[in-house]
Design a protein around this ligand. Sequence first.
Ligand code: ZN
Length: 175
Amino acid sequence: MGYAVHITIVCLVATTATQMASSCQQTPANLPPQEPNQPNERNVMDITEQEWQHRLTPMQYHILREKGTERPFTGKYNRHFEDGTYHCAACGEPIFTSTAKFESHCGWPAFSSPADPNRVTESLDTNYGMVRTEITCSRCGSHLGHVFNDGPAPTGLRYCINSAAMNFEGIQGKE
Ligand SMILES: [Zn+2]
């Protein structure tokens, strides 16, 4: 009698161990790495326009997702020259830094170069009877502004970016 009970327990333990081993092997394939504070951040290209509309202010949505332009001299970063990083207001990607920012007197924040060339995408924009180079965020595809070739040395470029398309983070922390 005692012998039979012992066998049963051993079988149960063996079965449980097998199930645990197989579920451990499946875990990496079924569950991607967790980033609890940034839900959906890895799949920004999959966010629908309806979701963007919920996430962004009407002004941000108009500029970022409908390729709008804020009125000159109205943006919060036009005359903003603190040290820090400017992030895409849609997806949070760091796109420009204060070291490249300069006073262009054009009415919009201007930068001589992006934080990293791979973080912005250039494309031809022939709307409104003009030939311009549009700048979008490489990560989420949102419209940021345009780049012109009348900037200061050494790049000679002027990235003319809407304030509402960016969120500034100072060196000491978020402003
Ligand atoms: Zn973005």
